[in-house]
Ligand binder design. Structure first.
Ligand code: CAA
Length: 257
């Protein structure tokens, strides 16, 4: 399949999607988002792929939703197009999704990064929700995921006052997993994805679901779901293999079942 706004490749067991609108700082127009979701869903369904990475370029991960595309629309047109509805498909991806973020990571760009399971940030990364500067608020999870990630105080400042934070601040407040030199960012994200892709796939899938459930469910329900998933994994060949390999002091050979 050929794409207009993204570059798609496979590295080992990792499916990699890079935004390709450099002149527009990878602004997320409807076409790019449709292509992104389509490519990621295709990787998600591909057994040879174990984890996914999304990236921008050195100057920008993404500078937000495409302002020029939406500037003239009415509320009814926004509602009927519901372009943010498409983002829900990202939440349904079963394989781990890692964002490699360098440069501007703003508005919808930051919301997209936060939709991912992990973020590897370049030292050059700048995170923010500057929608207030153009007379609106975040619309793809910025008020919700950012607040859960960094807490109320900083989220208020970023959302109400458009404050940008550095990669180092983002690391300190728990928004990103690690900060690396810009030139290493993509390779680090792919290497992290590759490590996870080589683990027992059913356990990885249930692990992702269980951690994400912590944001959705009361503790009692989350603990019960986690326990059921843990017990359920004892029906997999990979649990038998993983524990046997530990006892026999050898590396495990995963079968993904
Ligand atoms: N949408 C459309 N075009 C964008 C864009 C965006 N979000 N961000 C940057 N661009 C375009 C610029 O218009 C410019 O194009 P032209 O050369 O054709 O004028 C090009 O990318 C380069 O941008 P700048 O010249 O502005 O570059 P800069 O280095 O001076 O500034 C910047 C960089 C601070 C990121 C600035 O571009 C900026 O503030 N961008 C907008 C950020 C923003 O408000 N994002 C939120 C969007 S709304 C949203 O995301 C809603 C949501 O929650 C889903």
């Amino acid at each position: 399949m050929s794409y207009q706004y993204i570059l798609v490749e496979t590295r080992g067991r990792v499916g990699l999607v890079r935004f390709n609108r450099p002149k527009e700082l990878n602004a997320l127009n409807a076409g790019l988002m449709e292509e992104l979701v389509t490519a990621l869903e295709a990787f998600d369904a591909e057994p040879a792929i174990g984890a996914l990475v999304v990236a921008g370029n050195e100057r920008a991960f993404a500078a937000g939703a495409d302002i020029k595309e939406m500037a003239g629309l009415s509320a009814v047109e926004m509602l009927t197009r519901d372009s943010i509805g498409r983002w829900d498909r990202l939440r349904r991806l079963r394989k781990p999704l890692i964002a490699a973020v360098a440069g501007f990571c703003l508005g919808g760009g930051n919301e997209l990064a936060m939709t991912c399971d992990m973020i590897v940030a370049a030292e050059t990364a700048r995170f923010g929700q500057p929608e207030i500067n153009i007379g609106v608020i975040p619309g793809a999870g910025g008020t919700q995921r950012l607040t859960r990630a960094v807490g109320k105080a900083l989220a208020m400042e970023m959302v109400l006052n458009g404050r940008l934070i550095t990669a180092e601040e983002a690391y300190r407040c728990g928004l990103v997993n690690r900060v690396v030199p810009a030139e290493a960012c993509l390779d680090e994200a792919v290497a992290l994805a590759q490590q996870i892709a080589e683990r027992a796939p059913v356990a990885v899938r249930l692990a992702k679901e269980a951690v994400n459930a912590a944001f959705e469910t009361p503790l009692t329900d989350g603990l019960a779901d986690e326990r059921r998933a843990f017990y359920m994994l004892f029906s997999t060949a990979d649990q038998k293999e993983g524990m046997a390999a530990f006892i026999e002091k050898r590396p495990p050979q995963w079968q993904g079942r």
